[in-house]
Write a protein that binds this ligand. Structure first.
Ligand code: FES
Ligand code: FES
Length: 164
């Protein structure tokens, strides 16, 4: 006989909203966000921590949602691309992505935006190679990365007071 999966209750804050749910103990954070909370911005690609499609922030740290169990986020502050978008934190970055065609299918885009937001939070105007290095753990199968780096660079420059 197959034993039912153990269920655990977690309480956390997701995009500023307190949430309590009971989930299978082995459910991953990205599946919890998508299936239990309807936050489908974080995507599921490789499921092995390689592609970055599932990127979210937990207590301010950028993490792979496919490598973390939902119950490990008990008590944490989780932010998804929906939350970053709603607060306006990445409005300028989103505009640059749009204007520079830095997305095609869009599958990688939420993860790219969260990865880029981490770099933007550091401030300054890093060199293109440094932008590429920072974004290197997020994969895109469509764009060739050039436009993504352009968009991130333009946002960094604008925030630093330079021209777009
Ligand atoms: S789905 Fe998590 S890194 Fe690819
Ligand atoms: S836009 Fe399609 S994977 Fe990046």
């Amino acid at each position: 006989m197959i034993e039912p999966a153990a269920q655990l209750t977690l309480s956390l804050t997701v995009n500023g909203v307190p949430v309590t749910r009971t989930v299978p103990a082995r459910k991953h954070l990205v599946d919890f966000l998508r299936e239990d909370l309807g936050l489908t911005g974080a995507h599921l690609g490789c499921e092995h921590g390689v592609c970055g499609a599932c990127t979210v922030r937990v207590n301010g740290e950028v993490v792979r949602g496919c490598l973390m169990l939902a119950v490990q986020a008990d008590g944490a502050r989780v932010e998804t691309v929906e939350g970053l978008s709603d607060t306006g934190e990445i409005a300028d970055l989103q505009r640059e992505f749009h204007e520079r065609n830095a997305l095609q299918c869009g599958f990688c885009t939420p993860g790219m935006l969260i990865a880029a937001a981490e770099l933007l939070a550091q401030g300054g105007t890093p060199a293109r190679e440094d932008i590429r290095a920072h974004m290197a753990s997020n994969y895109c199968r469509c764009t060739g990365y050039q436009a993504i780096v352009d968009a991130v660079e333009a946002t960094l420059r604008a925030r630093a007071g330079g021209k777009r």
